[in-house]
Ligand binder design. Structure first.
Ligand SMILES: *[C@@H]1O[C@H](CO)[C@@H](O)[C@H](O)[C@H]1NC(C)=O
Ligand SMILES: *[C@@H]1O[C@H](CO)[C@@H](O)[C@H](O)[C@H]1NC(C)=O
Ligand SMILES: *[C@@H]1O[C@H](CO)[C@@H](O)[C@H](O)[C@H]1NC(C)=O
Ligand SMILES: *[C@@H]1O[C@H](CO)[C@@H](O)[C@H](O)[C@H]1NC(C)=O
Ligand SMILES: *[C@@H]1O[C@H](CO)[C@@H](O)[C@H](O)[C@H]1NC(C)=O
Ligand SMILES: *[C@@H]1O[C@H](CO)[C@@H](O)[C@H](O)[C@H]1NC(C)=O
Ligand SMILES: *[C@@H]1O[C@H](CO)[C@@H](O)[C@H](O)[C@H]1NC(C)=O
Ligand SMILES: *[C@@H]1O[C@H](CO)[C@@H](O)[C@H](O)[C@H]1NC(C)=O
Length: 799
């Protein structure tokens, strides 16, 4: 095995040696070219080593010529020559011709892109330290610029790069697809720097920044200066001729920065954190993604939740047009033709659609407004809004930019066939989370100089390798060094807050000192023992010492980094790790109130309110693990011991993502080759050797929920030593009581934990038990998903 890898790597190492012996060029001379065949070595590198230019793969056998930021953990693309027309992976090249034209040849023949310069001698292509790719002639006295990438940006503006009347930024389609997307930053006719949404069909476009319902001066802009220039400087100050100016939260320090129009339509300023090798957001145009036009497409609503970010949902009776892409929005499940005789309206409260009004009708009653809309054949519905004295009516010809929030006072009415009114009136609970980019990114505050030696040793190694091996290894290395802190922000607090905690590497000595020689044991589980400790910066931590780790450094880091990325208020936060020699330790935040198991046993009982909140929080944490787009994680050991409670008794799920770390060595193809979990909480799939899916966690969750309500352990007082039988016993007992009683009150009275002394809300108990019983269905298909559990509980949560 190892031998094979070595064998594969040999040519690469050889190449690496070749390159390291000659410093990479920052200049391409006339008559020479960069070839896609040698994409890894035919690269221009700026003198400071920060930027590279060359071919990068954008699909199968498809390459684009790009400039990227070399030292970030994911190569960050700054500019691209051919974003919409990638070249073939064979025979394509970028050539600087004898006549001074820079051409991109697809498969050696077709010119896909060129700078159109000609009849020039002494022309050279430079990649400058600023990231600017410049074609310059330097004949004796006259040296001038023929072309530069700074004048034709794609989606990113670098410091010192001017955004002028001839240039604009256009977002990429997605984080992984660099082709032209739906959003544009440009100068409008009134000299205002604006953001525009242009829908996938190109039939719809609307300006959403500066806020379109405000006047220019109300937005703090001015249209008098027609020089149309904007520029960002190295210290994080952005200023533009329309009086727009903003500061990075870490302004004042010279850092690598970029202003990027992201695929989600948000304009964000990033600065590069040398310590983590990651970009952090230091300003953004929209803190709230639902105000960005077009993100959910037509016939849908965007809702925003600070735990989940932005989410899209179709109108009831509508379905997504393109399941890959929300920008296409929704269409009716059953199509109908508008008719003024057979149509009626369904009301959606606290909602709004922005734009596409066909007129404005002040002081109307609801009936009058309905008539107005019916009278317009293309009217799809209307906004009906109280302005403080009268109701106003806004008929809509498109239902776009829909947005729901309990704070809205207005309602919208959707035009649908009257006969099917009741069908369209059902509330639509199906919401789909938007992709990661729409997770509201919180901003980091003042930049602190990285404190010295905490830098990851491995990262130093990486930079050495990078310098030597160039891009060959970038992707490989980055895969496991992606110790991202992207999501590491405290979403609990609102607004812009500091990503205070740093995911870091600790030495064994540090952790031994923190735990005073692993003295205070606070728990122990399958994977290892947990100790309480105090870190050198005063933070109290729970330090888990893994018993047996079969993973090598790289694999361990890969797993850790994916756990480190998960961030949710109902998941325990990992602060760092130690991987030194045979030691493998994980450092977590410390939970004041211990585990749910400790609390359920405690005479000082949890009241009903706390129990329901714990059920709710746990479901949210698990739903995040299951569905979050970063990584799909099964917990596989949901039980009260793994649900921790913070000082407010808020539930945080612990011990997730560890199954791989602990047992990888024993498994072959599947990472789940062995039964995992805890007796009493295990789904039948484990026992019957059925495929393991996220539904195993749903099952365990159901048992925990029943335990919360009844106070009874599934592993019961009577120990029969069975497998799932014990769990079965609790479930059967609850089912019998539920089915045997004539009223809800009756069975709740019988099963509720006597410690609560009848102090509970039977409505909520009823829902939780109902949901729990669905979760523990033998047939995994009959169980809801964790997300559905959240929705069902949420409907009964008051806040
Ligand atoms: C990127 O999106 C475009 C347009 O939807 C599509 O044609 C192209 O295949 C996509 N590229 C990749 C690599 O997915
Ligand atoms: C380039 O030079 C040739 C010959 O000197 C001339 O015919 C042609 O017009 C020139 N082209 C441009 C674009 O100047
Ligand atoms: C950036 O702009 C600000 C305000 O105009 C100025 O004070 C600062 O010196 C500039 N920094 C650099 C590096 O040019
Ligand atoms: C217009 O804006 C430019 C760039 O910000 C600035 O240099 C210039 O002084 C402004 N002109 C007026 C008349 O304010
Ligand atoms: C709607 O109208 C079009 C043309 O007027 C007709 O072809 C189509 O069948 C109608 N659809 C329905 C559902 O009535
Ligand atoms: C409905 O539309 C038809 C044709 O557009 C029109 O003749 C009729 O008067 C309308 N009826 C009402 C009640 O508006
Ligand atoms: C609104 O309309 C009603 C009846 O049409 C009228 O009595 C009332 O004065 C109007 N209110 C305003 C504020 O115009
Ligand atoms: C209305 O409902 C009926 C029965 O559910 C269904 O057959 C019909 O297709 C629906 N029509 C429309 C226009 O939704």
């Amino acid at each position: 095995m190892d031998f094979h890898i070595l064998f594969l790597l040999l040519p690469l190492l050889f190449q690496a040696l070749l390159i390291s012996s000659s410093t990479p060029a920052d200049v391409l001379t006339q008559g020479s070219s960069l070839s896609v065949k040698r994409a890894t070595t035919d690269v221009l590198v700026s003198r400071n080593g920060i930027f590279s230019a060359g071919f990068i793969p954008v699909g199968e056998n498809a390459f684009s010529f790009a400039v990227w930021f070399t030292i970030s953990s994911d190569p960050t693309i700054i500019w691209m020559a051919n974003r919409d027309r990638p070249v073939n992976g064979r025979g394509s090249k970028l050539s600087l011709t004898k006549t001074g034209n820079l051409v991109l040849l697809d498969a050696g023949r077709v010119v896909l892109w060129s700078t159109g310069t000609s009849n020039m001698s002494a022309v050279k292509l430079w990649l400058e330290d600023t990231g600017n790719l410049v074609l310059r002639t330097s004949e004796l006295s006259k040296s001038f610029t023929l072309w530069e990438s700074f004048e034709s940006p794609t989606d990113t503006l670098l410091p010192q790069q001017k955004l002028t009347m001839d240039t604009n930024l256009v977002s990429s389609k997605s984080q992984t697809n660099y082709s032209t997307g739906y959003y544009k930053l440009f100068w409008n006719d009134e000299n205002i720097l604006s953001l525009l949404f242009q829908g996938p069909d190109r039939q719809i476009s609307s300006v959403y920044w500066p806020l379109p319902w405000l006047k220019t001066f109300e937005n703090g802009r001015s249209s008098y200066n027609n020089s149309k220039t904007a520029v960002l400087n190295l210290t994080g100050v952005f200023s533009s001729s329309d009086d727009l100016s903003f500061l990075a939260t870490d302004y004042g320090v010279e850092l690598y920065r970029r202003l990027t129009l992201d695929p989600d339509g948000n304009l964000r300023l990033y600065s590069f954190d040398m310590k983590s090798r990651m970009w952090v957001v230091t300003w953004q145009a929209f803190p709230q993604p639902c105000n960005i036009h077009g993100i959910c497409g037509p016939n849908s609503f965007c809702t925003y939740d600070r735990n989940f970010g932005g989410r899209c949902s179709c109108l009831q009776g509508f379905k997504m047009r393109n399941y890959q892409d929300w920008f296409y929005g929704c269409e009716p499940e059953v199509k109908w033709n508008n008719s003024n005789e057979t149509d009626g309206f369904v009301r959606v409260a606290n909602a709004e659609f922005y734009g596409y009004d066909r007129g404005y009708f002040p002081n109307r009653t609801l009936n009058q407004c309905e008539e107005v809309c019916l009278g317009i054949p293309v009217c799809k519905g209307f906004q009906f809004k109280f302005d403080g004295s009268v109701y106003n009516c806004y008929p809509k010809i498109q239902l776009l930019n829909g947005h729901r929030a309990s704070s809205f006072s207005g309602d919208v009415y959707i035009r649908v066939p009257k006969v099917n009114l009741s069908f369209y009136e059902k509330p639509n609970v199906k919401e789909t989370e938007l992709g990661c980019p729409l997770e509201s990114v919180m901003l980091t505050r003042a930049y602190k100089k990285p404190h010295g030696n905490a830098t990851l040793k491995v990262l130093v190694w990486v930079s050495v390798v990078l310098a030597a091996v160039e891009l060959v290894c970038v992707t490989i290395v980055l895969c496991f060094l992606n110790l991202s802190r992207n999501g590491k922000v405290d979403k609990k607090a609102q607004g812009y807050i500091l990503a205070a905690t740093r995911f870091q590497q600790f030495t064994y000595t540090e952790l031994r000192k923190a735990t005073r020689g692993f003295r205070e044991e606070i728990g122990s589980g399958a994977g290892g023992t947990v100790y309480k400790g105090v870190l050198s910066d005063g933070r109290v931590a729970a330090i888990k010492r893994l018993r047996e780790a079969h993973l090598g450094d790289a694999e361990f880091l890969a797993e850790i980094s994916s756990i480190g990325r998960l961030n949710h208020m109902n998941l325990i936060e990992m602060w760092g790790y130690c991987a030194q020699g045979k030691h493998r330790l994980l450092v977590y935040e410390y939970m004041e109130h211990g585990s749910l198991a400790d609390n359920l046993n405690n005479a000082n009982a949890l009241d009903w309110e706390k129990r329901f909140a714990i059920a709710m929080g746990t479901s949210k944490g698990l739903a995040y693990l299951h569905e979050e787009c970063l990584e799909w994680v099964l917990h596989c050991d949901v039980k009260p011991q793994n649900i921790l409670l913070d000082s407010d008794y808020q539930a945080k799920v612990a011990d997730f993502g560890l199954s791989k770390i602990q047992n990888r060595g024993e498994s072959h193809n599947s990472s789940f080759s062995r039964i995992r979990g805890t007796r009493g909480y295990m789904a039948p799939e484990w026992v019957y050797n059925l495929p393991i899916t996220s539904k195993v966690d749903v099952y365990s969750y159901g048992i925990v929920a029943l335990e919360l309500v009844t106070g009874r352990k599934p592993t019961g007082v009577i120990d029969s030593g069975g497998t799932t039988e014990n769990a079965g016993r609790l479930v059967t007992w609850v089912r019998e009581k539920v089915n045997g009683a004539s009223t809800i009150e009756e069975w709740i009275e019988e099963i509720a934990d006597p410690i609560m002394e009848g102090k509970f809300e039977s409505g909520k108990v009823g829902v939780l038990v109902k949901v729990a019983l669905q979760c523990v269905e033998e047939d995994k298909e009959a169980r809801p998903t964790m997300r559905q559990v959240v929705e069902m509980l949420r409907c009964h949560d008051d806040d």
